[in-house]
Ligand binder design. Structure first.
Ligand code: BGC
Ligand code: ZN
Length: 366
């Protein structure tokens, strides 16, 4: 079969490979699921992998098949699989268990191991291929009615985990009635975070860089949220504008200095969720005493979040279903840049790195 791969360590090495197709029998204990890949989304992580800033090949391989935002249809299942059957639409999780206690209880997204295994990212081949096989434990069923937008499930899980973690952390307060949220960034993750927080009934202000109107600001407003640029309303000064600050802030800009501004935009008892993977070495000067004092006197908290395990994929399916009922057609508007066929991998990366108006770039594999 064909697959899109990179040579880790070599910048701009994306290329097509020919490799044996996987089989249900490759997975032990009769628990294999063979999936025909239909669509795969690409994101900043793929950009970094192709720039050789991130990612590693599986042991014994000199290439890494990329793609971690997969969507496909079950082709065949092993004798001990009851959860899905041929014809079902599915999405696979990304990370595979390591050895820490968190991995052992099914929460590899919380691993403390220094080495982690992620399909399409680190030490495991990904989904930008005609087929993949995996254990049913990592395969999540997607209802027929979500097949047009199922490729957005993996990015949705990033947001599901972040928001769930925020609510878990806030159980410290015995009673927490968040009303006002801010989302930093209006890319795919920022938009999906805006969606999820609106579905949870919060007022949301989404901060972007680009002046409105443009597609992303229209998508924010279609959810009944407010779009502002950080040039018009500096994040650190936004509490004056928005009644004393935000109860919950979801940071998804990829620009780390915004974190310290966001810390100053939190309301008392507020929670700040950080989700940007920032590979660089940027430095900033910050009003450290002020930030610290307000955190202490206001009992504020900040939490990092990465990856997502099965429970967040299942929650993502439920919330995307609700989104289709509450904001019909909204999710599909994020699918701005399709690229047909694995053989057009150049065009896929071209769009990923240069298309200014892109929200989600994805490959239509079949
Ligand atoms: C993926 C996550 C992964 C993270 C770090 C993100 O792009 O969506 O699944 O854990 O990168 O590798
Ligand atoms: Zn990703």
């Amino acid at each position: 079969m064909k697959a899109i791969a990179v040579t880790p360590g070599v910048p701009d090495s994306v290329h097509l490979v020919e490799m044996p197709a996987p089989e249900v029998e490759d997975v032990p204990n009769g628990r294999g699921v063979l999936v025909q890949v239909l669509r795969v989304g690409v994101d900043g992580t793929d950009k970094e992998i192709n720039a050789a800033e991130y990612g590693a090949a599986p042991e014994g391989s000199d290439f890494l098949v990329i793609g971690h935002e997969g969507f496909g249809r079950v082709e065949a299942v092993g004798p001990n699989v009851t959860e899905v059957e041929p014809g079902d639409y599915v999405v696979a999780t990304v990370r595979r268990p390591g050895r820490s206690i968190y991995d052992l209880i099914g929460t590899s997204d919380m691993t403390t191991d220094s080495v982690y295994y992620e399909r399409g990212i680190n030490l495991r081949h990904g989904y930008l291929a005609e087929f993949y096989a995996d254990d049913a434990a990592f395969i999540v069923k997607v209802p027929q009615g979500l097949k047009e937008v199922g490729v957005l499930l993996e990015p949705m899980t990033v947001v599901e985990k972040g928001v769930t973690q925020a609510f878990e952390v806030q159980r410290r307060l015995r009673v927490w009635r968040p009303r006002r949220a801010a989302v930093m960034g209006a890319g795919t993750i920022g938009l999906l975070a805006t969606l999820l927080l609106r579905l949870r009934g919060l007022e949301v202000v989404t901060f972007g860089k680009t002046p409105k109107p443009y597609l992303n600001s229209e998508l924010v407003e279609a959810l009944g949220a407010t779009y502002v640029t950080s040039d018009d309303v500096p994040v650190a000064e936004s509490p004056q504008r928005y009644g004393g600050g935000f109860d919950l802030i979801f940071e998804a800009t990829g620009y780390s200095p915004i974190v310290f501004d966001s810390m100053q935009a939190l309301a008392k008892n507020g929670v700040l969720v950080l989700s940007s993977v920032t590979g660089g070495d940027r430095r900033v000067e910050v009003p450290a005493d002020k930030i610290n004092l307000e955190f202490v006197l206001g009992n504020k908290v900040m939490v990092g979040t990465v990856n997502a395990n099965r429970e967040y994929f299942e929650a993502g399916v439920r919330d995307m279903s609700q989104a289709e009922l509450q904001y019909p057609g909204w999710l599909a508007r994020l699918l701005t840049h399709p690229v047909k066929g694995l053989e057009n991998y150049r065009e896929l990366f071209e769009k990923l790195t240069t298309a200014k108006d892109a929200i989600k770039v994805y490959c239509e594999v079949a």
